[in-house]
Write a protein that binds this ligand. Structure first.
Ligand SMILES: [Zn+2]
Length: 175
């Protein structure tokens, strides 16, 4: 796991924040975590993709990506939320066709919905986003719609301090 190596005394709390995790996120999309065993049996989950039947005969498609949040007071950034987004079947087919191909990086950005609960109020689920694919082996990045009024979008646009990252670490490690 990526951690910060830079160490200095935080202006906000006089603590030397170091060794903080710079990537956090669940290993499955929210709908998978709340699905029954029978529903999961009809789907599939790996480290980067997930398929889950939605109950009315169609399938839901999910891909993991990173929301990169600039860090304003340290060279150790960005801070990354590892999240899952849902894609249309059409987008998933386009992505699957070049999954192992460097041409994957040339795909147009894909409309997506955020499908991960992050520690913000209100919920981060169903925030609109766009998935930007990169070459195989690199996690796609997730662009949030900058016009949406939400605390996650605000941090995504303006960045955070290491003090905030220390708070996130404490909150998630104690959960
Ligand atoms: Zn601090």
């Amino acid at each position: 796991m990526a951690t910060s190596s830079h160490s200095w005394t935080c202006a906000a709390c006089s603590t030397p924040h170091s060794g903080l995790a710079m990537v956090f996120g669940p290993n499955a999309p929210g709908p998978w975590m709340s699905a029954t065993d029978a529903e999961r049996a009809g789907g599939e989950l790996d480290a980067d993709t997930c398929v889950l039947p939605d109950g009315d005969g169609s399938m839901n498609y999910f891909v993991r990506g990173h929301i990169e949040i600039p860090v304003l007071d340290s060279p150790d950034g960005p801070f990354c939320w590892s999240v899952w987004v849902s894609l249309s079947e059409d987008s998933m087919l386009k992505l699957a066709a070049v999954w192992e191909d460097p041409a994957r990086a040339d795909l147009e950005p894909m409309f997506a919905w955020l499908c991960t609960h992050l520690p913000y109020e209100p919920t981060t689920v169903a925030l609109p986003a766009r998935l930007h694919n990169r070459e195989p082996g690199r996690v796609p990045w997730v662009e949030l719609d900058p016009g949406v009024d939400h605390p996650l979008v605000h941090e995504y646009r303006t960045g955070v301090t290491m003090h905030r990252i220390a708070e996130i670490n404490q909150q998630l490690i104690n959960d």
